[in-house]
Design a protein around this ligand. Structure first.
Ligand SMILES: CC(C)(COP(=O)(O)OP(=O)(O)OC[C@H]1O[C@@H](n2cnc3c(N)ncnc32)[C@H](O)[C@@H]1OP(=O)(O)O)[C@@H](O)C(=O)NCCC(=O)NCCS
Length: 126
């Protein structure tokens, strides 16, 4: 969603150690021109399979997230897949729609320890 409160380093590392050991998570590093530029993942969220991704800012706007998500969708063939995105994150919604996801609803999401309050778009790939 990107409307997140950043994790501190210890929490970030604990999160990723657990995620990489979780058989329900499919996570891949994204390489561009030999550099590590981000990640793309399928993970369980509220009983559903969800996707997420993150690209280093200096690599935005080169189609990297769109290609990475398309490759993940070839690797992960279970459907449906879900995504939650801050409505104002137009680039991320565009990435998902290019890969076939469809917006099913918008709703107000409250402030939490992890997320900032914002309007959230829910998308699904059937
Ligand atoms: C969102 C994010 C993943 C996009 O990565 P990226 O590699 O730049 O994405 P791509 O280049 O593949 O595609 C971006 C698309 O959004 C479009 N776009 C970019 N900024 C936009 C804006 N402000 N409004 C509308 N469209 C926009 C681009 O034109 C492109 O569409 P196109 O290919 O049809 O031209 C990246 O900005 C990011 O990592 N952000 C921080 C983390 C995040 O938001 N993760 C997703 C959480 S749901």
């Amino acid at each position: 969603m990107a409307m997140v409160h950043p994790r501190d380093r210890a929490t970030f590392e604990a999160h990723w150690i657990a995620a990489l050991e979780d058989p329900n998570v499919t996570a891949r590093a994204i390489l561009a021109d030999g550099a590590l530029v981000g990640y793309v993942t399928r993970f369980p969220a509220n009983g559903q399979d969800a996707v997420g991704y993150w690209i280093a800012k200096e690599y935005w706007g080169r189609g990297i997230a769109s290609r990475a998500l398309a490759q993940l969708l070839s690797l992960v063939t279970t459907r449906p897949l879900h995504a939650s995105v801050a409505r104002e994150n137009a680039a991320s919604i565009r990435v998902l729609e290019r890969c076939g996801f469809v917006i099913t609803k918008y709703e107000r999401s409250p402030e939490t320890d992890r997320y900032r309050a914002c309007e959230v778009a829910t998308l699904v790939l059937e």
